[in-house]
Design a binder for this molecule. Structure first.
Ligand code: FEO
Length: 406
């Protein structure tokens, strides 16, 4: 829990959350920070509250106390989006402060009513509307819908050049002693980026076309720093804007020179062939992510698949279909629109085939448009001939990936 002065009369209030699933679904091995901001002009505004995942606002009130701010003195609640990680505290706040205005988008107004029964004291803002807090803090609003809720807006303080971007440009990962990206070494930033890609692919990815539009809009503002609802503050805004633009492009591919290898096995028949394939891939000049299902979560697989141009799926047939956890993961990749990948499937079967039929059904129904090299399917265990066929197809897949990312 920390308070940081990030610009003139502007403070970040941050709480780290761990050991929960974001949206009740996505694991976060390194937790996440919930960032809220205070702007103290002649009037005081809070941008996106923070609260425990249970909606209890004690941590927020403790942080305000550190700043000697009485919640009763907050006049504006700028709700960039109504998702409960940032707005769940409003009900408790209402019991303390009766004289505040919520500032949100038109859609946000509907959601506030639906989620919290808040129907009064609401000022609706749209594109380029402003809010003057005094002392020069004029807040301009930009609509960035679906990044990531439909009501999302970003608030820009023209005095300090701070863009309060809500979920846009955010990341998983706790905030420790460093809160600015430029305090990290290149190496540390590379490591941190894994949490950013996890956040993007798990939370925002589906809306990549809207992300592209949001990035373009934000680039038009004279932004000096980006202060997101989760993760580090960026004093070199172009870096995270460029990164987000790239992530959005990965949806349609090609992505990076990477292969994500997803595998599952029941009795070790497929696993033997998997080990052979991994050994071979490790000798190639290509980044490899290996995930076993159902051991690794959807979110983890999705994180790797998002940046990968090549995907290998290896699993047995199970009751005339794919090994079930593989089917579930592929469905999720399809729903997040991991499109136009280069791919290869192999695996064993016992009674009959059937995996291909289900794979085709999923990729067609979800419009994934993956280009597959010829699959290798084998009865029982893999012999030398099977392993050599797998090697051949992997060579072809690597060539396709290299060609695509040229
Ligand atoms: Fe801060 Fe949309 O989560």
């Amino acid at each position: 829990m920390q308070v940081n002065n990030i610009a003139k009369e502007t403070y970040q209030l941050s709480v780290n959350v761990e050991n929960i699933l974001f949206e009740g679904l996505w694991e976060m091995p390194n937790g996440v920070s919930l960032n809220s901001y205070i702007i103290k002009g002649e009037k005081t505004a809070i941008v996106d509250g923070v609260c425990g995942w249970d909606g209890v606002p004690e941590s927020l009130f403790a942080l305000l106390d550190k700043l000697n701010i009485n919640p009763k003195d907050i006049e504006y609640l700028i709700v960039n989006h109504v998702e409960p990680d940032h707005s769940g505290w409003i009900e408790a706040f209402k019991k303390i402060n009766k004289n505040f205005q919520v500032v949100c988008s038109k859609k946000g107004k509907e959601l506030l009513s639906a989620f919290y029964g808040q129907t009064e004291n609401i000022t609706v803002v749209g594109e380029k509307d402003t809010l003057d807090l005094g002392n020069g803090h004029v807040i301009t609003f930009t609509e960035i819908p679906n990044v990531h809720w439909p009501d999302t807006i970003a608030a820009f303080d023209t005095l300090t050049g701070t863009l309060f971007s809500c979920d846009a440009f955010g990341s998983f990962g706790k905030l420790e002693d460093k809160i600015y990206a430029d305090q990290f070494s290149e190496e540390e930033l590379k490591e941190y980026e894994k949490d950013t890609v996890r956040y993007y692919s798990n939370i925002v990815a589906h809306f990549s076309p809207q992300v592209k539009k949001a990035v373009a809009k934000c680039r038009e503002l004279p932004v000096k720093q980006i202060a997101p609802g989760h993760g580090l503050i960026w004093r070199e805004p172009a870096k995270i804007m460029d990164a987000y633009s790239d992530y959005a492009d990965y949806q349609k591919g090609p992505a990076r020179k990477e292969i994500t290898f997803i595998w599952g096995s029941m009795y070790g028949m497929t696993e033997t062939a998997v080990k052979h394939a991994i050994k071979m891939l490790e000798k190639k000049d290509i980044t490899l992510h290996v995930h076993q299902v159902p051991k690794d979560s959807w979110g983890t697989v999705l994180t790797s698949a998002w940046t990968s141009t090549g995907i290998i799926v290896a699993m047995p047939t199970y009751e005339f279909k794919m090994f079930p956890p593989m089917g579930a993961v592929l469905e999720e990749l399809g729903k997040k629109k991991v499109f136009n990948r280069k791919a290869f499937r192999f695996g064993s079967y016992g009674w009959s085939g059937g995996a291909q039929r289900e794979l085709d059904e999923i990729t067609t129904r979800l419009g994934m448009n993956w280009e597959f090299v010829e699959p290798v399917e084998f009865l029982g265990k893999s012999d030398e001939e099977v392993l050599s066929k797998i090697s051949e197809q992997i060579d072809k897949l690597v060539s396709l990936v290299e060609e695509a990312v040229k």
